[in-house]
Design a protein around this ligand. Structure first.
Ligand code: FBP
Length: 551
């Protein structure tokens, strides 16, 4: 029985994503090499750790290359959290390698990086691919968070690639996954394993960007979905006039999503974690700022509003940052003992007994739910699972407490009712916007061009994104050029640097110049749902972030 699909899905299948001119005649391209690129920080250390793949030139592509004639077998892996457009990256690779030679074949390792190690794969055919063109989700081959970093994993992967005749592997992932792609590429090149490794920049968080990569795919669609929902909630708030809505947004450590949504919706307050860290704001200080905004609006009889909270906030508040770092050590050193404790209150008491007195004091001020959420397992990359910590509830409660104090002091007259929300999973598998559909397809097609050029240890690059696709550029950036050395879990590790919100950059400056007005006046903007058909100014609209960054 054929699967039921929605009317939109049916029509959307026919959408032909746009490509940069360099790829308009196929993935065989002319390649021009730039100067060798050293890692932008810790260059000597990176060069020592990646002797065969560092100091490589960036590659620029133009149309008109000659295909080598040989078919290639290529495999793809989806790694980490879902991001809208992943299926279009696969479609781009598929069509790209077929343009190099129609006999080329493509495989998908299933369930993320573990599929490569466990030889869990599916062959991607015309019919299989057709089901997934321009769709959201990663369900075509699945994703996972297994970390590819051990020699045994690399060796097993090499054996599995050899069995299928695979000579190139495309890893679609965020900063951690592309760091691992680089380790794999270096290992294969150094050992003469004939498998090219190419990365593609994925993550709704928008934190895989740098002077080479303009944005990660998925950020555009996810932030548009959240902005639609925030706009709807703002309109409800302005209609009912009885609630303050505290909305936590995904994005891991970085506040790009929160900043983008604030720029799109003009809500009353948006906390930017990077500013909190730069100004060394305390939790009490953040709560007080929000309470002041509530009080100022109450003076205008506006006992409602909307506050955005980045999910990573808690890690940026200085005293909580220290607490989390101590917690990481305590949990790592006592994992088995801690896991054996059954009762939640005993777990909390155990942790308090192991913390320094300052951190124990900070920990004790949280309600038990947050205390337990802070001590949950870290993800395989060692990250605190910030999406599971209910900061929106914590802040709503603390602001309420502060307002009671202010009322008693005669500094606040008003009513304070709250609703809390968390938007993350709602946006990660949305049907990709036209921008993400085009960008993802181009990234994938361009990955095929990199494969055709014979290069390894590169990230697919499509640029000039603030302009229409007809002006986009294509090329490749060495993965090692984006690396630096960071101290993680007691060790120095080479990693692709995560891009946080820069307070000197245009998107934050724009927000900072407007937020005092948005705080007090009701100046909400309602972006509405993503549009796939209609005038270009609605369908092909770029993020505020990209527009401001390239102004
Ligand atoms: P990556 O793209 O970095 O994998 O993460 C995206 C993300 O949605 C984060 O915003 C969020 O913190 C995390 O994944 C949630 O993880 P999980 O899907 O495991 O719940």
């Amino acid at each position: 029985m054929s699967k039921m699909i929605s009317a939109l899905q049916k029509v959307r299948k026919e959408y032909a994503p746009k490509l940069p001119p360099a790829l308009a005649n196929g993935a065989a391209v002319q390649v021009s090499k730039g100067a060798p690129l050293a890692a932008f920080a810790d260059a000597d250390k990176i060069a020592a750790l990646f002797p065969t793949t560092s100091n490589m030139p960036d590659l620029k592509f133009t149309a008109g290359g000659q295909p080598s004639g040989k078919p290639v077998n290529v495999a793809v892996i989806l790694s980490g959290g879902q991001a809208p457009g992943g299926h279009n990256v696969i479609a781009g690779i598929y069509d790209g390698i077929k343009s190099l030679n129609p006999a080329s074949r493509m495989f998908g390792f299933k369930g993320g990086p573990s599929g490569l190690v466990d030889n869990n794969y599916v062959e991607i055919t015309d019919d299989f691919m057709a089901e997934y063109r321009n769709t959201g989700g990663f369900d075509m081959i699945g994703s996972g968070r297994t970390k590819l970093e051990k020699i045994e994993q690399f060796d097993k992967g090499a054996v599995n690639c050899e069995k299928l005749g695979i000579s190139a592997l495309v890893i679609i992932g965020g900063d951690d996954s592309n760091t691992n792609a680089c380790l794999l590429a270096e290992y294969y090149k150094a050992k003469n394993v004939p498998v090219q490794v190419i990365g593609c920049p994925k993550t709704i968080d928008g934190d895989l960007k740098n002077k080479f990569i303009e944005t990660s795919f998925g950020f555009d669609t996810a932030s548009k979905v959240y902005s639609e929902l925030i706009g709807n909630i703002s309109r409800d708030a302005n209609s009912a006039k009885k609630y303050w809505h505290f909305i936590k947004l995904m994005g891991r450590s970085a506040s790009h999503i929160t900043l983008e949504c604030a720029l799109k919706t003009h809500v009353n307050a948006a906390i930017i974690s990077e500013e909190v860290a730069a100004k060394k704001q305390t939790l009490a200080g953040i709560v007080d700022n929000l309470a002041q905004i509530v009080a100022r609006r109450a003076e205008n009889k506006e006992n409602f509003g909307v506050v955005l909270i980045p999910e990573g906030l808690i890690e940026f508040i200085p005293e909580i940052k220290v607490l989390i770092s101590e917690l990481n050590d305590v949990l790592a050193a006592n994992a088995d003992e801690f896991a054996a404790i059954a009762k939640p209150e005993d777990k909390i008491a155990y942790i308090i007994g192991k913390l320094s007195s300052d951190s124990a004091g900070v920990y004790k001020q949280f309600p038990a739910t947050i205390q337990l959420q802070l001590s949950m397992d870290r993800d395989p990359h060692g990250n605190v699972q910030v999406s599971q910590i209910e900061t929106e509830k914590l802040l709503a409660r603390l602001v309420g407490d502060r307002l009671k104090e202010m009322k008693a002091e005669g500094k606040y007259v008003g009513k304070f009712g709250t609703q809390t929300h968390f938007f993350g999973y709602e946006g990660r598998c949305a049907a990709p916007s036209n921008f993400d559909a085009d960008y993802c397809y181009s990234l994938g097609y361009n990955a095929a061009a990199i494969i055709g050029s014979g290069a390894t240890a590169y990230m697919s690059y499509v640029g000039n994104l603030s302009k229409p696709a007809s002006e986009w550029t294509a090329g490749a950036v060495p993965l090692t050029a984006m690396m630096n050395v960071e101290h993680r879990h007691g060790e120095d590790k080479p990693v692709i640097k995560k891009a946080l919100v820069e307070l000197d950059d245009a998107p934050f400056k724009e927000f900072a110049s407007k937020r005092d007005i948005w705080a007090v006046e009701t100046s909400f903007v309602y972006p509405g749902p993503i549009q796939y058909f209609g005038p270009a100014e609605v369908c092909d609209a770029k993020t505020e972030t990209i527009i401001l960054e390239h102004k």
